[in-house]
Design a protein around this ligand. Structure first.
Ligand code: ATP
Length: 358
C-alpha cells in the first residue's frame, strides 16, 4: 500500500541575496526529505520581485499569485532592490503585498541565541535568549501604505488601523503560541498615548480571559525596546501591531547575531509564507557572504506548520542539527564574526542531516 504524501512548495527566490539563501534552504529541505518516511516535497519556482518587474513590468503578476495559492506552502527568499522603484519613488515590496493578499495576519518571528559569540550582550549563553515575536501583518500602521499622495503635498498622514476582528484572531494565535511554549504572553502597545492602541489593549484583555493559564503582561513599545536589551531572558511570547513588530523584530535579531539568524513565518487561515526576516541585502549580494541560517530555520518552521508527523520530525531534525553545527565557534559566517561562506555553512547543515543523526 502506497500512502506517500506529497507536499507542493512554491519557491520564490526573489532578489539580492534571496536566491543565495534559498539555494541553501532547498538543499537542507532535500537532505531532510532523504530522512523522512513517505513524505515528498515537490518544488516549483516562481519569479517575483524587482527582477520580475524589470523583465515583465509587474513584480507580482496576478497569474503567479493565483498559482501560489495552489501550493501547500510558500518559501520565499527576499524581495525588492533600493534602486528599482515605482515611478512615485516607493520601493517595491511584493512580499508585503503577498501577506496582505493572502491575509497572512500572524507573523511569527522566533529569536533564539545559538552561541554566546553571536550576541553583543555578554552575559548570555546558547539558549538563554529564546522568545517569539507575534506581529500583526495586515493592518496597523501599514494599513494606508498604498495611498497615493500628490508630489507637492504639504501634509501626509498614515493611519494606525486596528480592528476588533484583526486583533482577536491575532491574539488567539499569540495565546496558542504561548500555550505551546512557556505560557507567558506580553502585549506591546502604546496604549498610554494612542487611542488605537488603547483599543488594541482592551481587545487583548478580553482575549486573556479565555486563556487563564497564560500569564500576561502589558508594556509600551518604548519600554519593550529597553527591556529586550536589558533582560531578554524574561520574555517568552510578545504580541504587537504591524509596525512595532517590524521594528522590534530587527532589534531582537540584533540580540542573537543579526538578520541572518532571524527566521519568520507569515500565517493565515488558508495560506502561509516562510522567509528569513531580512531583506535582499544588496550590500552583500553575489558575494557568497549571506548567512543562510534564517532561511534554513524558516524551512524548519514550514515543516512544523505542515503538521504531518513526518514533517514535524523533519523540523526537529533541522533544529537539532542547526544547534549542533552552530555550537562550534568556527562555524560562523561573516556577519557573526567568522569566515564561512553561504554555501559552506549550508553544506555543513545539509550534510549532517543527510548522514542521519548519531
Ligand atoms: P527590508 O526593508 O527589505 O527588510 P532592510 O533594508 O531592512 O531590508 P536588509 O536587506 O535586511 O535591510 O539588510 C540589513 C543589514 O543586514 C544589511 O547590512 C545586510 O547586509 C545585513 N543582512 C541582511 N540579511 C543578511 C544575511 N542573511 N546574512 C548576513 N547579513 C545580512
Amino acid at each position: 500500500m502506497d500512502d506517500q504524501v506529497t507536499f507542493t512548495i512554491a519557491v520564490l527566490p526573489g532578489d539580492g541575496i534571496g536566491p543565495e539563501v534559498i539555494a541553501e534552504g532547498v538543499s537542507v529541505l532535500r537532505a531532510v526529505e532523504s530522512q523522512l518516511h513517505q513524505v515528498r516535497f515537490q518544488l516549483q519556482e516562481f519569479s517575483v520581485g524587482a527582477g520580475e518587474y524589470l523583465r515583465n513590468g509587474d513584480p507580482l503578476p496576478p497569474a503567479t499569485l493565483e498559482k501560489l495559492k495552489q501550493h501547500h506552502a510558500i518559501l520565499l527568499g527576499a524581495m525588492g532592490l533600493p534602486d528599482i522603484r515605482w515611478p512615485d519613488g516607493v520601493e517595491m515590496t511584493p512580499q508585503i503585498d503577498i501577506r496582505e493578499k493572502l491575509d497572512l495576519y500572524c507573523g511569527l518571528r522566533p529569536i533564539r541565541l545559538y552561541h554566546e559569540l553571536h550576541t553583543p550582550l555578554k552575559k548570555y549563553k546558547a539558549g538563554e535568549i529564546d522568545f517569539l515575536i507575534v506581529r500583526e501583518s495586515t493592518e496597523g500602521l501599514f494599513s494606508t501604505r498604498l495611498l497615493k499622495h500628490p508630489p507637492d503635498a504639504n501634509e501626509v498622514t498614515d493611519t494606525m488601523r486596528i480592528t476588533r476582528q484583526g486583533s482577536e484572531r491575532l491574539f488567539r494565535s499569540a495565546f496558542e503560541e504561548a500555550l505551546a511554549r512557556r505560557r507567558h504572553l506580553t502585549l506591546v502597545d502604546k496604549a498610554n498615548v494612542l487611542p488605537s492602541m488603547a483599543f488594541f489593549r482592551k481587545v487583548f484583555d478580553e482575549a486573556a480571559l479565555q486563556f487563564p493559564t497564560v500569564k500576561t503582561d502589558r508594556i509600551y513599545i518604548d519600554a519593550a525596546s529597553l527591556y529586550l536589551v536589558q533582560r531578554p531572558e524574561t520574555f517568552d511570547v510578545l504580541v504587537t501591531e504591524n509596525m512595532f513588530g517590524d521594528i522590534l523584530s530587527d532589534l531582537a535579531a540584533g540580540l542573537v547575531g543579526g538578520m541572518g539568524m532571524a527566521p519568520s513565518a507569515d500565517i493565515g487561515d488558508q495560506y502561509a509564507v516562510f522567509q528569513p526576516s531580512h531583506g535582499s541585502a544588496p550590500d552583500i549580494a553575489g558575494k557568497g557572504m549571506a548567512n543562510p541560517v534564517a532561511t534554513i530555520l524558516s524551512v524548519q518552521m514550514m515543516l512544523e506548520w505542515l503538521a504531518h508527523t513526518e514533517t514535524r520530525r523533519g523540523a526537529a531534525i533541522i533544529r537539532r542539527v542547526v544547534e549542533r553545527v552552530l555550537s562550534e565557534p568556527k562555524h560562523r559566517t561573516r556577519d557573526l564574526g567568522g569566515s564561512l561562506a553561504t554555501a559552506e555553512i549550508g553544506d555543513l547543515i545539509a550534510q549532517e542531516i543527510a548522514e542521519g543523526e548519531p
